[in-house]
Design a protein around this ligand. Structure first.
Ligand SMILES: [Zn+2]
Length: 355
């Protein structure tokens, strides 16, 4: 028996099982290779989705995420390991590192940014499909507005506890997010991953359904796209339910074509990150990480620099005994960990980095 050398003939056989799957076939596999997908959020859902899409042979993948890896991510966020958490590596950088080890034909691009109304055209503009890997309603409503306006499909995914929701939003064919929920629920009114926790099987199930729909949309017969339905699942009880929905003729987004969330300037406000003991401070313009590294080294403590961020740890700065830690991104955003008080985070930033 001849054992093939590693790396040889992978190209010829890599996708043979997928190509044998009749709804995809050889032509469908080619369509996947010609497709461009943007995954917004590269944590639990987005990380699982990105792995599915790279293994499936999507042509181009753009990963967006505003955050760094931290230890409580590791039970669910499949692209990250302990080193990433220890060094607070930006999630998109850690994700690309892991995805590169899988290999294959996918070109993976990354950006450590906060998606908002001012940059949505730049980051979503080339997408054939957008996958929701976020954990917050503000970004989902922004994606919905942008995709409905541009006529680009996107796939919503939500997970809390063991429960999950999935909906493919196909503009012009079926409901959008605002048809279902016209306004985001007020902060604090919904169970979140913070209040109800979350388990990986629910994340993996939702990401798998999102990616199945993605492969069908991008690689399946263009003449028979999937029917948009809300899917509700319970990964603890093992139950899945489909809910038939129609578009709302009074929907502010897809009927009235009012795109409120693209116009809001929320990115200019400090943002308390759900369950992170962290505050994100808005950007006042791009920063030169090398210059800033020298400055922070001069202030003492430990500084780690990656391609898109600097992490600064210095003992002595604490909020009620919790050490404060600063991550400065090249796009000018800052993340202050160890506090949920925006004023304290801003003061810490101003004192050490300045404006
Ligand atoms: Zn709608």
């Amino acid at each position: 028996m001849t054992v093939p050398e590693p790396g040889r003939d992978i190209g010829a056989t890599r996708f043979s099982k997928q190509e044998r799957f009749a709804p995809l076939g050889v032509e469908g596999q080619k369509r996947l290779l010609a497709s461009r997908v943007v995954v917004v959020g590269t944590g639990a859902l987005g990380g699982s989705a990105a792995q599915n899409l790279v293994r499936a042979g999507i042509g181009r993948l753009l990963l967006l995420d505003r955050d760094v890896v931290e230890p409580s991510n590791l039970p669910r966020q499949v692209l990250f390991d302990e080193r990433h958490a220890r060094d607070r590596v930006p999630k998109v950088e850690a994700a690309r590192e892991t995805l590169a080890r899988i290999g294959g034909p996918t070109r993976v691009d990354i950006a450590a940014v906060q998606l908002d109304g001012s940059n949505a055209d730049e980051w979503l503009g080339a997408a054939d499909l957008v996958i929701d890997g976020t954990d917050n309603l503000a970004t989902r409503y922004l994606i919905n507005d942008w995709c409905v306006r541009a006529g680009v499909p996107w796939i919503y995914g939500g997970v809390v506890g063991a429960a999950g929701l999935v909906l493919a939003v196909l503009p012009g064919r079926g409901p959008c997010l605002r048809c279902l929920f016209p306004e985001p629920a007020p902060p604090g009114s919904l169970a979140t991953c913070d209040t109800a926790g979350v388990i990986l099987p629910a994340v993996a199930a939702v990401a798998a359904l999102q990616c199945g729909l993605a492969l069908a949309l991008l690689g399946g017969d263009p003449g028979s796209p999937p029917t948009p339905r809300l899917v509700e699942l319970d990964a603890w009880g093992g139950a899945v339910r489909q809910i038939e929905l129609a578009a709302d003729p009074a929907c502010p987004a897809c009927a009235e074509r009012r795109f409120d969330f693209l116009e809001r300037a929320e990115a200019e406000q400090p943002l308390v990150l759900c369950g992170r003991m962290a505050v994100q401070l808005p950007s006042a313009g791009r920063v030169d990480l090398q210059t800033m590294e020298q400055r922070l080294v001069g202030l003492g403590g430990e500084v780690l620099r990656t391609r898109s961020a600097l992490v600064w740890r210095r003992t002595g700065h604490t909020a009620g005994g919790t050490p404060l830690e600063l991550t400065l991104f090249a796009d000018g955003r800052a993340l202050v960990e160890g506090t949920e008080d925006p004023a304290q985070a801003q003061a810490f930033f101003d004192r050490n980095v300045g404006r």
